[in-house]
Design a binder for this molecule. Structure first.
Ligand SMILES: Cc1ncc(C[n+]2csc(CCOP(=O)(O)OP(=O)(O)O)c2C)c(N)n1
Length: 351
């Protein structure tokens, strides 16, 4: 009889991170800061009226998930980042300037100004456009992996990010069921940040953990501390081994907290849909000082080696923002281009 592995609350996987070099640890530290600074710079631009298109969906407090899940990936693995994962586009090889052009709706962006924020992809880098309809990303991921299988590839993993709220939608379950039945190499990373917009997790998920949803599909489910970058890294390494070996999907619930509102227009402190004490408690679990303290306390780094923040990253992000602001808007006639794949014999619908 087959057994279901259901590991909870960081129950031990191997300490893969012990193999990381000092250079790796420094890079992880810098990526955490990159994500934080990216977020801060965009909120600042929005507040100052320098960004007038779209919203800013912040990831403050959730950086360890993006960094820990992407660091162990192979170059040709797939990712499907959602609205809180913008730095993942950069970690997976997109130019920062290109990402900023997407946010500013510029001609140089992958969507050439037709959409904004995370609604983009780059198949050459294995970045799959996540769906705006929450949950459907999992179904699309199944399609990508199924196509890979038809091409004879079974080892190329797809990491699909989603929120705990999205796990309450139908396509999430249909997709996970399909992936489990066909043992597709899918890793679903659930960013459980306690709220889906203003809806608390207990009104979205009936079980104690989101990871328990894995039981229904006979796949491993992990519920881990999503604010501990090394725990995220270790769990991801275990999940990758499982998926690459042909054993099918894995669900990783990263327990975390959204330190800001849903987006820049959502001032949660004023709205009071979550207590101030709750926010303050989670501020103490901020993943960046936590990782910094670990590096200092284990004697691997000195204070001077771990600047808060790394100044070059502040400048790099600011330069990319200026680049986007100064780059051209799309020409009006391009609005009707790239809508249909005409090479596939589908004719253009203009009106
Ligand atoms: C099917 C669907 N319903 C509603 C929305 C609007 N919406 C966008 S993000 C969001 C909250 C999602 O919560 P969660 O999945 O927990 O992710 P989080 O934003 O907390 O990271 C909502 C309701 C949507 N995009 N799709």
């Amino acid at each position: 009889m087959s057994t279901t592995t259901l590991l909870r609350d960081g129950q031990q996987v191997s300490a893969y991170h012990e193999q990381l070099t000092k250079q790796d640890l420094l890079e992880i530290y810098r990526r955490l800061w990159f994500a934080r600074l990216f977020d801060e710079a965009l909120y600042d631009a929005k507040k100052k009226g320098r960004l007038r298109r779209g919203n800013v969906y912040g990831s403050r407090g959730q950086e360890a998930i993006m960094v820990g899940t992407t660091y162990p990936l192979h170059e040709d693995d797939f990712v499907s980042p959602i609205h809180r994962d913008m730095p993942v586009f950069v970690f997976r090889g997109m130019r920062l300037e290109e990402v900023m052009c997407q946010i500013w709706g510029k001609a140089e962006a992958p969507t050439r100004g037709k959409d904004s924020w995370s609604h983009m992809g780059d198949i050459s880098k294995g970045i799959i456009h996540s769906t705006s309809m929450l949950g459907s990303t999992i179904a699309v991921a199944c399609g990508v992996l199924w196509a890979q299988r038809l091409d004879g590839r079974r080892d190329r993993v797809l990491v699909a990010y989603t929120g705990e709220g999205a796990t309450a939608t139908g396509p999430f379950h249909e997709g996970l069921n399909f992936a489990a039945v066909h043992k597709l190499p899918l890793i679903v990373v659930v960013e459980n940040n306690q709220y889906a917009y203003s809806t608390p997790v207990e009104l979205e998920v009936p079980t104690k953990t989101v990871a328990e949803r894995a039981l229904g599909y006979g796949i491993p489910g992990y519920s881990i501390d999503g604010n501990d970058v090394l725990e995220v890294y270790d769990t991801m390494c275990a999940a990758l081994e499982h998926a690459r070996a042909g054993n099918g999907p894995v669900l990783i619930e990263c327990v975390t907290y959204r330190l800001q509102g849903h987006a820049d227009h959502d001032e949660t402190r004023a709205r009071q849909y979550r207590p101030v004490e709750e926010i303050e408690l989670w501020e103490q679990r901020d993943p960046i000082p936590r990782f910094r303290n670990y590096l200092l306390n284990t004697g691997q780094f000195t204070e001077a080696e771990l600047p808060e923040p790394p100044r070059d990253l502040v400048e790099q992000i600011q330069r990319a923002i200026e680049y986007a602001i100064n780059s051209p808007d799309p020409e009006p006639h391009t609005a009707l281009e790239d809508i249909y794949d005409e090479s596939a014999g589908v004719s253009r619908c203009v009106k």
